[in-house]
Design a binder for this molecule. Structure first.
Ligand code: EPZ
Length: 430
């Protein structure tokens, strides 16, 4: 198993290019099979989750041509198999977006039921509620979701829970339902808007994405398009908090500052200097950061995918901070690892009370999930001594060239896969 080994203490300084948004790209790639014509998609992040989904899309018969690391050409004309195997769902939950795409275009789909994951049980009842409302017969048997419909008819659907996945999945299916579909209590994340824009570029008729109500008028078919995925606000925020925690000076480039407002607000509250440009944001931290409180909420609130990154940073801020996690029930596992690096934290239910400490001390830790793994690397970068992060396969699911980008900002870190490599690195940096 590969690990990251980090020698902490260096402030991160410089500029870093941000890639395409993984959580927009996963839905956009799935939606691309809804036309029989060729779709060109660029600014894709070159990360494991994207590559697994492309395999799943090929697996149902679509043609997929990698133009380069960040660009793909897809043609869904050859789709003949409407079953997404468990092996793909096990690797990435977002394979369930193929359910909405296949149901919308072919009126049938069979997808393995996604399990939970390290951050929570991750139910998909709202997805199924939406499909059923549109007229699909949805059965769950032998660990599979089987969805079929003679026809899909537009409906007025009110989600019980604000869900990114359910909003996108049902929106996708509704683009080819007959008549008007109205979705309420929807997610408003930038990647929901990006998927709606992509579908509209293929000929869909979606209005209101990014607001509380999305209206969709069904169409018969989609046509070819070329589309560029929006920048990844979570990757950008991860590097912004890395600058804060390491007392650095980092500019994240190729971003949409509007998508980073909740993150910027918190960085200012703890005492960072932030400068915004058209497509870049600079974060400067001179240390002596102060505590604040944060609660994760659906967009435009503070994103749950940034909760571990701010949690690590707050553990180095003078005073007492409160972090409340309102989206997932198990998103604090990283705090146990952080305590082993000297953080002073008390977790009660979905709230964590964090007493800032002056420094962390390096330790051997493991990444519990994608975002927490990235946050624990930030902790290692800010710590005294050597930190080894295990299970970095989680991090590689969603961060492209993570250690290269950090090294370009002055991080002393390497990807290793043996005790011998660890000894070599330790000798080299001591
Ligand atoms: C998406 O997951 C993201 N994944 C997650 O990012 C992100 O944390 C999450 O949205 C919230 O922003 C992708 O986009 C691939 P939800 P999703 O449905 O769609 C409950 C990452 O790090 N819920 O918005 O699965 C659910 O339990 C990943 O890139 C239901 O109750 O999240 C949760 O409490 C991790 N029923 C809340 O809604 C449902 O049918 C929000 O979940 C669906 C969700």
């Amino acid at each position: 198993m590969e690990q990251y080994i980090i020698k902490g203490g260096n402030p991160l300084v410089g500029e870093v290019e941000i890639g395409g948004a993984k959580n927009a790209a996963l839905a956009i790639l799935s939606a691309a099979i809804m036309t029989d014509e060729t779709v060109l998609i660029d600014n894709l992040p070159d990360v494991n989750d994207i590559n697994v989904l492309l395999d799943a899309i090929m697996g149902i018969g679509a043609s997929v041509h990698r133009v380069d690391r960040h660009t793909v050409r897809i043609n869904g004309k050859g789709v003949s198999n409407f079953k997404i195997e468990y092996e793909y769902m096990k690797k990435i939950r977002a394979s369930y977006y193929l359910l909405g795409a296949l149901l919308g275009k072919y009126k049938r789909a069979e997808v393995a039921l996604p399990g939970g994951c390290n951050i929570g049980s991750r139910p998909i009842d709202q997805h199924l509620k939406g499909f059923r409302a549109l007229g699909a017969d949805v059965e769950i048997e032998h660990g599979k979701i089987i969805a079929e419909a003679d026809r899909l008819v537009g409906k007025h659907i009110y989600f019980d829970v604000v869900s990114v996945g359910a909003t996108i999945n049902v929106m996708m299916a509704a683009t080819m339902a007959e008549g008007l579909t109205i979705l309420e209590n929807v997610a408003k994340e930038p990647h929901v808007v990006d998927v709606a824009n992509f579908l509209n570029s293929m000929g869909a008729n979606i209005r209101g994405a990014g607001t509380d109500v999305i209206k969709i008028r069904g169409v018969q078919r989609f046509h070819r398009t070329e589309y560029s995925v929006i920048p990844d606000q979570i990757e950008a925020g991860t590097f912004m908090f890395a600058a804060a925690a390491t007392r650095g000076d980092v500019t994240v480039c190729n971003v949409i500052p509007k998508h980073l407002e909740a993150t910027v607000a918190k960085l200012l509250e703890i005492g960072c200097e932030v400068e915004e440009f058209d497509d870049a944001v600079r974060v400067v931290s001179k240390g002596n950061l102060k505590s604040t409180h944060v609660k994760t909420l659906p967009y435009p609130g503070f994103p749950t995918d940034m909760q571990p990154q701010i949690g690590v940073t707050l553990a180095l801020c003078r005073g007492t901070s409160m972090v409340t996690e309102s989206i997932f029930e198990n998103h604090f596992k990283y705090l146990e690892e952080l305590a082993r690096m000297g953080a002073n934290i008390k977790v009660e239910g979905n709230s964590a009370t964090i007493e800032g400490v002056r420094r962390f001390s390096g330790a051997r830790i493991s990444a519990p999930d994608l975002r927490a793994g990235a946050a624990l690397c930030i902790a290692g970068l800010a710590a005294d001594g050597i930190t080894i992060v295990d299970d970095i396969v989680y991090i590689q699911r969603g961060y492209e060239r993570f250690e290269e980008k950090l090294r370009s900002l002055g991080a002393i870190m390497e990807r290793v896969s043996s005790e011998k490599d660890i000894r070599k690195f330790t000798l080299k940096v001591s």
